[in-house]
Ligand binder design. Sequence first.
Ligand SMILES: C[S@@+](CC[C@H](N)C(=O)[O-])C[C@H]1O[C@@H](n2cnc3c(N)ncnc32)[C@H](O)[C@@H]1O
Length: 213
Amino acid sequence: MNSTTFIREYDIESINVTLTFHQKLEGEVSCVVWDAAIVLAKYLEVMYQKNKEFLKEKFVLELGSGLGCAGLVAACLGAEVVLSDLPEAIPLLQYNVDENQTLLTTKTSVCVRALSWGDKIDFKKVPDKIILADCIYYKESIDPLIKTLLDYSNSFTEIILAQELRDSEKQKNNWEYFLNEMNKNFVQVSVPKVDQHQDFCCDEIKVLKFYKK
Ligand SMILES: C[S@@+](CC[C@H](N)C(=O)[O-])C[C@H]1O[C@@H](n2cnc3c(N)ncnc32)[C@H](O)[C@@H]1O
C-alpha cells in the first residue's frame, strides 16, 4: 500500500494475536476502522472468554465490513467468516484480509464478497451470526439493509450490531426509523455495558442483538 495509508493495530488479548489494519487518509467511509467495530469486536472477545464455543465453526456474515475488523476477530476466534461490502470497498478489504492471513488458524476461513444491501448473492448455508458495525447512517440504505437481514437470517440466526449514535437530527431519525422497522420482524435485545468489554464500551455506542420473530 502507498504512503497515504496508516496503520491501526488491534490486539486480541485472549489469544495473543495482533491484527494490522491499513487505513486510508482520504476516501470513503469504508477506509478506516470505526469505533463501533472495535466495540463489537471486543464484545465478541468477551463472549469467547465466557464460552470458547461461541464462534467455533460458526458461519458468520459481516455486512458493511469496511476493513473487516469485527469479522477478522470472529475468524481468529474460530468462525468461518464472509466479509462483505460495496464493490468499490472490496480491494482495500481484500488487501487487509491478505495482510492478516497468516494470523488466521488453518481451521478458519475468511472470504470477501461484494454485497450491496438489498441485493442477493448465494451462500452455501444460513449464517449462524450476522454482525455489523456502524452501518446505519443514511436513510436510503435502511430498507435495503433490513431486507438483507431478513433474506439471510432464520429464527436461529443471531444478529449482533454495534452502532454509534450521533447527535444530528438526521442521524437520530435514521436510528429511530431503523429500530421501528426492525421491530416489525425481529425481537430486539439490548446488550448492557456491564456485559460488554469493560475498557471498550461507551454510552454513545449501542450493542444490540436481533432475532427473527
Ligand atoms: C461507517 S462504515 C463502517 C465500516 C466498518 N463496519 C467499521 O465499523 O469499521 C459503513 C460501511 O457500510 C458500507 N455500506 C454503506 N452502504 C452500503 C450498502 N448499500 N451496501 C453494502 N455496504 C454498504 C460502507 O461501504 C462502509 O464500509
